[in-house]
Write a protein that binds this ligand. Structure first.
Ligand SMILES: Nc1ncnc2c1ncn2[C@@H]1O[C@H](COP(=O)(O)OP(=O)(O)OP(=O)(O)O)[C@@H](O)[C@H]1O
Ligand SMILES: [Mg+2]
Length: 236
């Protein structure tokens, strides 16, 4: 994904500006995931990254929007119960969410919320619990996902950084595939390799890497290759 200051102001660019090259990049990501899904068993996809701020939540939410735009019933779950952000991105209340359900405070249907985008529902993280890893590893969590797999065509999961806590590794065991988001300008090779090993350790199926925050200078030639339209560069 190329870097844009607009991303920070309008994180859901796939909804606000469907024609921009950035939205096109998210659609290409969706297509590439479909290509990797030859045996058609990819229903639950997780976004992970080594460190904070590499772009997991932004990529997960925009990918969820592009899936919903293909008329599939999509659910985005914020499993980052430490620094949740999907409620900010979708402007939803975080009063109840995943943590509330997993700690037996509410029923499942109370935490599945419609976003303003057709076909896209969201489960926000909820109030920050003292034991996120324990909640993710609970039987209630795996049973919940089994049930949701019946209700939705695609489930997309957002997680905390792999190098910080075990949450992403735990969540990976419940998903069909993992996409590793990497901040192209920041993350060191050894750290990226360590994260990959941590995912392999729990036998996660790594679908690929999303190279994020590629500088505009380098990204432009890629866009022009696709669009041949110089003016679109600044509109992204
Ligand atoms: N392609 C991009 N270009 C420019 N900015 C981006 C891009 N992707 C994400 N960002 C910005 O980077 C910041 C971090 O992104 P985001 O919250 O998605 O990362 P994260 O990996 O979920 O972080 P955390 O680990 O804290 O949950 C946000 O301000 C977001 O708007
Ligand atoms: Mg995040």
């Amino acid at each position: 994904m190329s870097s844009s200051r607009r991303n920070e102001r309008w994180p859901l660019i796939t909804n606000t500006n469907t024609k921009s090259p950035i939205s096109e990049a998210y659609r290409i990501l969706r297509t590439n995931i479909e290509f990797s899904n030859v045996d058609r068993n990819l229903k639950c996809i997780m976004f992970a990254s080594s460190q904070f701020g590499e772009g997991k939540s932004t990529t997960a939410s925009n990918l969820a929007v592009t899936y919903a735009q293909t008329n599939r019933k999509v659910l985005l779950i914020d499993c980052d119960m430490r620094r949740p952000s999907q409620h900010h991105i979708f402007m939803l209340s975080n009063r109840y969410g995943l943590s509330s359900y997993l700690s037996h405070q509410v029923d499942l249907d109370e935490i599945i919320v419609d976003s303003t985008i057709p076909n896209l529902s969201v489960i926000v993280a909820g109030p920050i619990p003292p034991n996120p890893s324990e909640l993710l590893a609970s039987k209630r969590m795996s049973a919940m996902l089994e049930q949701l797999r019946e209700q939705f065509d695609m489930i997309i999961i957002d997680t905390p950084p792999i190098m910080a806590v075990a949450d992403a590794q735990i969540a990976a065991t419940l998903c069909d595939g993992v996409l590793l988001v990497m901040d192209s300008g920041r993350v060191k090779r050894e750290i990226a390799m360590k994260s990959k090993q941590k995912l392999e350790h729990v036998k996660a199926r790594i679908l690929g890497v999303v190279l994020n925050k590629i500088s505009r200078k380098n990204a432009n030639s890629y866009y022009y290759y696709y669009y041949g339209d110089r003016d679109q560069g600044e509109e992204a």
